[in-house]
Design a protein around this ligand. Structure first.
Ligand SMILES: C[S@@+](CC[C@H](N)C(=O)[O-])C[C@H]1O[C@@H](n2cnc3c(N)ncnc32)[C@H](O)[C@@H]1O
Length: 282
């Protein structure tokens, strides 16, 4: 069976959820299918050809699923996990504590996350802080998880910092928010880079996985920076991907993304876009 034929059968869907028992205590925003896909990719897809990078791991739930998968598959891959690792909202903190997260001082949840991820501590490296201020010098990346492109400028930084380290023909990029209408810049950027990626998995409602198929020249990544882009090329990129991805994803979700970008072409932040949409509807 070819690699793609195997992915087309979505083998993670048939996993017994108990395979993730060791990761269950770590809260996550991922749904169960996504958790199983992360686990399966780490256990069965990876070939120890490079490292794993988890951008936007919240309180470590995605990292735990990846680590459990690596462990089950006997993989040696390290997992580099990035977030601010801060919880400022009191309600959110109370909810996390009610889910069994160890108590933590003020907003600093990093020590609690270190405790929760301790079963896999030899392979996990946590980087607290703003992703936009961090670089990458740890070699080839076989699996890149992106769940932090909540601003176009974060997506731009991620593309220019991490995409040059993908392994053509092998590396997968998981765009957790690809079909989220509050983050149209993700689809616009992947449209501009479509010669270098092929879509391989649609998981759940918003999550899309792409395989890197060719080395991306630096100047191409520079031209795919969305934050400074004028409205016309931004919408053109979205129109293009609305057509090319429709056979796989269906027209509706892509049209919704295009509609949201057209209504607010200059807003390139998920938070601000959500607020603008709410105001328009009220
Ligand atoms: C939807 S959550 C991630 C969910 C996570 N993957 C899980 O398993 O639950 C998005 C995360 O991205 C992080 N994030 C967004 N922008 C960031 C930035 N510029 N630097 C660091 N973290 C960022 C947020 O702190 C948040 O925890």
């Amino acid at each position: 069976m070819t690699q793609q034929a195997l992915l087309d059968t979505a083998p993670w869907q048939g996993l017994d959820p108990t395979v993730l028992a060791s990761a269950d205590p770590v809260p996550t925003m991922l749904n169960q299918e996504e958790r199983q896909m992360y686990y399966w990719l780490a256990r069965d897809y990876l070939q120890d050809a490079g490292t794993i990078v988890d951008l936007g791991s919240y309180v470590g739930g995605s990292t735990a699923c990846l680590a459990a998968g690596c462990e089950a598959g006997g993989k040696s891959s390290a997992i580099h996990s990035y977030d601010r690792f801060e919880i400022h909202n009191a309600e959110r903190k109370a909810r996390l504590l009610s889910l069994g997260v160890p108590d933590f001082l003020d907003a600093d949840i990093l020590p609690a996350i270190q405790t929760m991820l301790s079963p896999w501590k030899s392979r996990i490296h946590l980087y607290p802080g703003d992703i936009r201020k961090m670089g990458w010098s740890r070699g080839p990346i076989e699996l890149l998880i992106i769940d932090a492109a909540k601003h176009a400028n974060t997506g731009d930084h991620i593309a220019s910092t991490y995409f040059p380290h993908l392994i053509p023909g092998r590396s997968l990029v998981v765009h957790q928010d690809f079909l989220n209408i509050r983050q149209p810049w993700i689809a616009a950027q992947m449209s501009l880079l479509s010669a270098y990626f092929e879509p391989v998995i649609l998981c759940g409602q918003d999550c899309m996985v792409f395989r890197n198929i060719a080395k991306i020249p630096d100047n191409v990544i520079a031209h795919a920076q969305i934050a400074p882009m004028k409205t016309a090329p931004y919408l053109k990129a979205l129109r293009k991907i609305t057509e090319t991805l429709a056979p796989m994803v269906g027209q509706r979700p892509l049209r919704r993304i295009l509609k949201s970008a057209k209504a607010h072409p200059n807003i390139r932040s998920a938070h601000q876009l959500a607020r603008a949409m709410k105001q328009k509807n009220s």
